[in-house]
Design a protein around this ligand. Structure first.
Ligand code: 13P
Length: 339
């Protein structure tokens, strides 16, 4: 591995910064736009994302990198500047989602496996030429009666490790994202147990595939009570259990762990991250790689209208700042109110 991969990974978890996940697939961004009554056209997707990337101060101070969808990495802003250049000019690193989505796993009802390995080497070469310096691949693990199966966990971990090795081969830092979904009535103990098995399997496979951990970033779920569980764990318990499972499973050679928000409220996602950084001395940087928890507020403020751009940008800048503070353990609910 070259020093370069390590340098990129370190920059992705620079102090007080985290990642903006803006890599919604065409289907997912349509769902997000439907909530504000905006058509998901190529121009609207471009205008919305360009609006976020042009929040220069927030990007420079709190956003180390942006995960893009294939279309966005190829798109130009309204003035003809490639969106990837707008991101780089703001001091942030362009990244690319490379998986082809989670598909039904044969023989395993209710479970998914992420596809996209075919032709991936060639795609990495092209993405590197287009300016991407890190990538993301998301595996999805569902908790329900009798699942996840060993079959599902090992198929997904193997694909993540194959992807990560190909990514590094092409000078691109892999974000390894095994997401254990928070949906369902399961307890926080069950979330812990499943996440532990998933992370142990993922790290064994990364080792098997000769992935250099110093040039990777982990993007995990937090340890949470299932959304329909009768007992909802509080902030300190989530922080304690999440740090505990990560310490068991994630080698100290990994430079950083950037959580997904996964459907948590904006404030919960921020509070949980801040508590972990405030309460514990850790071997890796702990930060964010949020999609919804950074974008829900600006999306709602925007409503697809030019006259709302300034308030949407300030909503985004606020969430970026709150999460930047959480990445150093210095967020508080009072700062949220003061906004
Ligand atoms: P959420 O933070 O909305 O879960 O999205 C993060 C992401 O990139 C999921 O792959």
């Amino acid at each position: 591995m070259t020093d370069k991969l390590q340098d990129i990974a370190q920059a992705m978890v620079a102090q007080g910064k985290g990642i903006l996940a803006a890599d919604e697939s065409s289907g997912t961004i349509k769902k997000r736009f439907d909530t504000i009554g905006v058509d998901s056209t190529e121009d609207n997707r471009r205008d919305y994302r360009e609006m976020l990337f042009r929040c220069t101060d927030a990007m420079r101070d709190h956003i180390s990198g942006v995960i893009l969808f294939d279309e966005t990495l190829r798109q130009n802003g309204a003035d003809g500047t490639p969106l990837a250049e707008i991101i780089s000019a703001a001091g942030s690193i362009p990244g690319i989602k490379v998986d082809a989505g989670a598909k039904d796993l044969a023989g395993c009802p209710g479970e998914k496996v992420t596809e996209g390995l075919d032709g991936l080497r060639e795609r990495f070469r092209e993405y590197h030429a287009l300016g991407a310096r890190f990538a993301k691949w998301r595996a999805v693990i569902t908790i329900a009666d009798g699942i996840p199966s060993r079959t599902c966990i090992s198929a997904n971990a193997h694909a993540l490790a194959r992807y990560a090795a190909l990514s590094q081969e092409n000078g691109i830092v892999p974000i390894v994202e095994p997401e254990v979904l928070m949906d369902g009535p399961h307890t926080i103990e069950r979330c812990y147990e499943v996440t532990q098995e998933v992370l142990e399997t993922v790290y064994a496979d990364l080792y098997d595939q000769r992935v250099e951990l110093e040039g990777t970033i982990l993007k995990p779920n937090m340890i949470l009570s299932g959304t329909e569980c009768g007992r909802q764990a509080g902030v300190d318990e989530v922080a304690e259990r999440t740090v505990s499972v990560l310490k068991r499973c994630v080698p100290a050679a990994v430079p950083g762990i950037c959580f997904l928000s996964g459907g948590q409220s904006d404030e919960d996602a921020t509070a949980h991250l801040s508590a972990m950084n405030a309460m514990y001395d850790l071997p890796w940087r702990l930060s964010f790689s949020y999609g919804r928890a950074l974008q829900a507020a600006p999306l709602k403020a925007w409503q697809g209208k030019t006259e709302n751009v300034a308030s949407a940008q300030s909503a985004f800048a606020h969430r970026a700042r709150m999460n930047g503070l959480a990445a150093t353990g210095s967020w508080s609910a009072q700062l949220e109110q003061a906004a």
